[in-house]
Design a protein around this ligand. Structure first.
Ligand code: NAD
Length: 667
């Protein structure tokens, strides 16, 4: 398209994804605007949770949000490619696989670890600033524990069991907390005494977490000390050698694990693009107040690789800043394309900080509210869920809940193993089959009672109010016709009985006399006992909601009369019988178990609200809830059916658009 506007976003980090979402939402109906996002990875990394993966708290996938989830069905092209350069004059981005012309550019390449030129640190340390970094630490940590368990030489063993984290900023303390928590799990696994393990945090300043207030810092230090972590404050690291961290005035620490988390600089790649760099910005790109790159109209910088002074202070490299800088950049691109001439300016609105120390403890200052422990951790989870809901919908929140709670191993969450213990699929097997059988019997019994013998009138009249016209037939009439039939039958039976009774009256009279004597004796004993006991306390055969109660009457009149009044009772009865037998067979065989369980619970509710469900039947509902947890996949047809259905459903446009897919949107 000749006058098409091309927006190119470089990097799918916090800033790039946020800008992409805003721009796509605005321009999705305009064919003359094309948005492309380029990233060298197929997923967005949840940088703030990398320590969880590095410290074996969560699985690697927990910090990856695939772009195909974030932008499923959205009008934005995500290109998997590595940017190699930008020709600013020609407005052209070059990648390993091609070139992309742009009219508007958003540079969101993020940050990278800074080593401050300290000798040997870069070569001999691990960093924690990418998914790859987290995986390297994760694999290494597992390796050193395994090697230590098999190491008889005490010096080598000590070195393997010494872990050093440099820097007590957010990244350092979060990584440190994970290692401390993971230590207990590893000690149990490898039968290593905790006193053999040394986990040290080395910080140049006199205190940890300089950005937080004193009470929160003190609480963090106290928690760490209580869990056997070692803090070395006022201890700058001045160098590193293989297997050794060199400290100023305090000698060296021998270790196989040295993790460097002493701050970041702007992406060096972004710094080499030819855009203006900030003087005090450690390679970060200078932004004007509207997040434009100085001297290059149409080019915007956002997130960690941008630099802006606000009230004389640099905007921090935190997630909220990435979002807010991206919002300003996106807003200005929108104004430019729509030609309004309006200019948005950056104004920070940060809500605070949250730092987790392992999975069970956190400190937070959110919106001025300081908290620690349970509340701080709950807040951190809520904020994470809110973010995930915004970028990838309810599916990603569910994934998060699974990773952080439902699938959490070793109780490493603030609710321990409370939600993560799993019942194996075969335990509910017999209950599932029994529940199914109950429904089948219920349905078959209804047939036996004449529910499908249309000539005998409505058997389901109890669900409707008296006098309701059910498909042209008054329920009251139908019911009275049926009862007249019944009365006639009863009369005949009585007559026949009277005729027969003459023959056995005498012996029966004798038996009755003996029995009444026995009963009288029994009654005396019962009367005596009754003075001590108080008889049956709960009658569980009672309806949960009585049939003649106000609620049942309201429910019947509002729903049953309204919905079914014009449905022939034959159809209604056939439907009920078919549903009961269908639900029963499905549960029995474990086919469509989830749907059958929901239907089973639904039926129980309808019966309850109709005043026909007793307390001793309530187990139907609880068993149904249990069946919803995949009970049909153990020794049931769902073992084959569910994966098949999932593949189909995940490929539908509806599921992809609304993030209602299970696991993954791809087929
Ligand atoms: P940081 O700058 O916040 O902390 C680095 C720490 O390392 C400082 O305390 C510093 O004194 C210490 N240090 C520096 N040189 C040292 C040396 N030679 N020897 C010993 N200690 C030394 O860095 P970070 O923790 O890597 O975080 C980087 C950025 O990311 C920050 O802007 C931070 O706010 C942000 N971040 C935020 C969160 C969050 O919001 N939860 C999490 C992680 C990172």
């Amino acid at each position: 398209m000749a006058d098409q506007k091309r927006i190119l976003i470089l990097g799918g980090g916090y800033a790039g994804v946020w800008a992409g979402k805003i721009l796509e939402k605005r321009f999705r109906k305009r064919d003359d605007v094309k948005i492309t996002l380029i990233d060298k990875l197929p997923f967005h990394t949840l940088m703030t949770e990398l320590h969880e993966v590095a410290g074996w708290r969560t699985e690697p996938e927990s910090v990856q949000v695939p772009f195909r989830k974030i932008f499923a069905t959205k009008k934005i092209d995500v290109v998997l490619d590595t940017v190699t350069g930008v020709e600013l004059d020609r407005k052209l981005v070059k990648t390993e696989r091609g070139e992309y012309a742009y009219d508007y550019l958003v540079v969101g390449f993020g940050a990278q670890p800074e080593f401050f030129g300290i000798p040997g640190v870069k070569e001999n340390s691990f960093t924690l600033w990418s998914f790859d970094d987290a995986m390297k630490i994760r694999n290494h940590v597992e390796d050193v524990w395994t090697r230590a368990a098999a190491e008889p030489d005490p010096d080598k063993r000590r070195k393997l069991l010494t872990f050093v984290v440099a820097g007590a900023g957010f990244t350092g303390i979060e990584m440190f907390g994970e290692l401390v928590e993971h230590r207990d799990v590893m000690c149990r696994k490898h039968h290593i005494d905790r006193s053999e393990v040394r986990i040290v945090n080395v910080e140049a300043l006199p205190s940890i977490l300089p950005i937080l207030e004193e009470p929160l810092r003190a609480a963090t230090e106290k928690y760490l000390a209580k869990h056997g972590a070692e803090m070395m404050l006022n201890t700058p690291i001045v160098g590193a050698e293989p297997g050794k961290v060199l400290l100023k005035d305090k000698g060296a620490i021998e270790t196989e694990t040295f993790i460097w988390t002493c701050g970041v600089s702007g992406s060096s790649f972004a710094a080499g693009l030819g855009l203006a760099k900030a003087e005090r910005g450690r390679g970060r790109l200078q932004a004007d107040s509207g997040m434009g790159a100085v001297g290059h109209p149409g080019v915007y910088v956002a997130g960690d690789n941008s630099f802006l002074l606000e009230d004389g202070k640099p905007v921090p490299q935190i997630v909220e800043a990435a979002h807010q800088t991206a919002e300003v950049a996106a807003a200005n691109i929108i104004e430019e394309i729509e030609g309004t001439g309006k200019r948005h300016e950056f104004k920070s609105n940060f809500h605070g900080f949250m730092v987790s120390i392992g999975g069970r403890y956190a400190v937070a200052n959110a919106g001025g509210m300081k908290s620690k422990g349970f509340i701080a951790m709950a807040m951190k989870h809520m904020i994470n869920c809110w973010y995930l809901l915004n970028i990838a919908g309810v599916n990603q929140v569910w994934e998060y809940v699974k990773h952080e709670f439902l699938d959490m191993k070793n109780g490493r969450s603030f609710i321990g193993s409370f939600a993560s213990y799993k019942v194996r699929g075969y335990w509910p097997l017999l209950l599932r089959m029994w529940l199914g059988l109950m429904w089948v019997m219920e349905g078959v019994n209804k047939i036996g009672e004449g529910w499908l013998a249309w000539g005998s009138g409505s058997k389901s009249g109890w669900m409707f109010s008296q006098g309701v016209v059910q498909a042209g037939q008054k329920v009251a009439e139908a019911t009275s016709a049926a009862s007249a039939e019944w009365v006639e039958g009863a009369e005949t039976a009585v007559e026949a009985t009277a005729a027969a009774s003459g023959e056995w009256v005498e012996p029966a009279a004798e038996a009755v006399a003996a029995a009444s004597e026995w009963v009288a004796e029994g009654a005396e004993a019962v009367a005596e006992g009754a003075t001590q006991a108080f008889g049956k306390v709960w009658d569980l055969t009672q309806a949960i909601i009585p049939y003649d109660s106000g609620f049942v009457t309201w429910f019947r009149q509002t729903f049953m009369d309204g919905i079914f009044a014009f449905l022939p009772f034959q159809a209604f009865q056939l439907m009920i019988v078919a549903m009961e037998i269908g639900i029963g067979l499905a549960l029995f065989g474990g086919l469509f178990t989830w749907v059958a369980a929901v239907a089973s619970i639904g039926m129980c509710f309808v019966f309850t609200f109709s005043g026909m469900f007793a307390w001793d039947q309530l187990w139907f509902v609880f068993a149904g809830i249990l069946m919803m947890g995949g009970a049909g996949r153990a020794f049931g047809f769902d073992n084959w059916m569910v994966p098949f259905l999932k593949r189909w459903w995940n490929g539908t446009k509806f599921a992809r658009k609304w993030h209602f897919y299970g696991d993954d949107p791809s087929k």
